[in-house]
Unconditional design. Structure first.
Length: 400
């Protein structure tokens, strides 16, 4: 449908010989025709940012565009640097789904041309309605696939297969982008997901915004190669970080293993959500974490959240309460490096003697011994569980 919109707008641009842009009802750009000549700064910015500047929205609102049911000429505003333009609502069944904006600074647009644009505006309204409906239907089906009871998942899977949205037994991967404590509302994120994200994601990718995270279902090649999922996660993460208002400060992502049965997508969703949690708690494994590459962290992150802190707290607290904030980072760097003293001292940028001193102090306060493999395992697991539980603050990087 997007290709149909682009074709119609390109044809209209050629027909009237003036720059035309199609926006949604929020005045965010959908498609636009060729812009060969000069344009005003408002059109230039809306093309670059894919949204109309806020001060211009207020100006257009005062012009009556949001209540218009037919073409409306908006006069130039030299103080704002705005050229004269014509707004043509794209309506279907008496509902406005978007606007065609024609830059006509010297007012050469004829009544006959304008009527032709208005006639095609109805077809555009129908297409925008269909896109909106399909968007909500597919998002609802994806929500059912990831969280609903078995009978509802089976019905959603059958509907997706029947509609041809996803080919039968085609491998898919779930991607979860976590945006905890986001100041942007779910509506803001959904707008970004479907407007700016439309260019970032292939159309075959199903998507839905849930509280604190976004879910993608990405079709994969028959081989099950996860590269399309990696690309989708990286692209949408960049969009969220750069295009949301107010901006998101943190976005991490998790990617599931490939799955071939749609009714089992809830398991893929769980994998992706847990992987995103690891990426959030352990930045050295993020910002995009794949379930299949998490190794032992798959077991650790599967422990119920309310139990993780209790499992980690006793050993970790004894070290944290020792009054020396260098002990825990030193111990973790040492264990992460495979107990390589040279690597640890280089990573911490301290003398080896300092590392030895700190590790001996760790043994004293914890009652454990670093020459004992089981004690090392207990310490290492406690630290990682502590990070997953949020007991231990995040750190950047690690020894290599």
């Amino acid at each position: 449908m997007h290709a149909d919109l682009q074709r119609i707008v390109d044809d209209l641009t050629e027909y009237v010989g003036l720059p035309i842009q199609l926006t949604d009802v929020r005045l965010d750009s959908i498609v636009f025709g060729p812009h060969g000549g000069e344009i005003d700064w408002i059109r230039r910015e809306s093309l670059l940012l894919r949204r109309t500047p806020h001060q211009v929205r207020a100006l257009l609102e005062r012009s009556g565009v949001f209540s218009a049911i037919g073409p409306l000429r908006i006069p130039a505003d030299p103080d704002q640097g705005m050229w004269s333009r014509v707004a043509v609502p794209t309506r279907w069944h008496n509902i406005t789904y978007g606007y065609l904006w024609i830059l006509d600074n010297v007012q050469v647009l004829t009544d006959h041309q304008l009527q032709h644009v208005a006639d095609l505006g109805a077809e555009i309204g129908r297409l925008l309605h269909a896109m909106q409906r399909a968007r909500h239907v597919d998002a609802s089906r994806l929500s059912d696939l990831v969280a609903a009871p078995l009978d509802v998942r089976q019905r959603a899977a059958a509907e997706l297969l029947e509609s041809g949205t996803i080919p039968p037994r085609s491998p898919v991967a779930a991607v979860v982008l976590a945006h905890p404590a986001a100041e942007a509302t779910p509506d803001d994120l959904e707008t970004v997901l479907w407007d700016v994200g439309t260019d970032a994601l292939p159309r075959a990718v199903l998507r839905v915004v849930e509280p604190n995270h976004t879910v993608l279902l990405v079709p994969l090649p028959r081989s099950g190669d996860l590269q399309p999922a990696r690309s989708a996660a990286a692209r949408l993460r960049r969009v969220y970080l750069n295009a949301t208002h107010p901006p998101l400060l943190t976005v991490v992502a998790g990617i599931s293993d490939p799955h071939t049965e749609l009714v089992e997508v809830h398991a893929a969703y769980r994998q992706a959500k847990l992987a995103a949690r690891v990426a959030e708690s352990l930045p050295e494994l993020g910002p995009v974490a794949e379930w299949g590459r998490l190794g032992a962290f798959r077991a650790l992150v599967s422990i119920p959240t309310d139990q993780v802190g209790a499992l980690a707290s006793s050993v970790v607290r004894s070290i944290m309460d020792a009054g020396d904030p260098s002990l825990l980072p030193t111990l973790e760097a040492y264990l992460d490096s495979g107990c390589d003293m040279k690597c640890t001292s280089a990573f911490l940028n301290v003398h080896r003697g300092t590392v030895y001193y700190r590790l001996r102090k760790v043994e004293t306060v914890s009652g454990l011994h670093l020459h004992d493999g089981l004690d090392r395992l207990a310490l290492h697991l406690s630290i990682k569980l502590g990070r997953l539980a949020g007991i231990i603050p995040h750190r950047n990087g690690g020894p290599h």
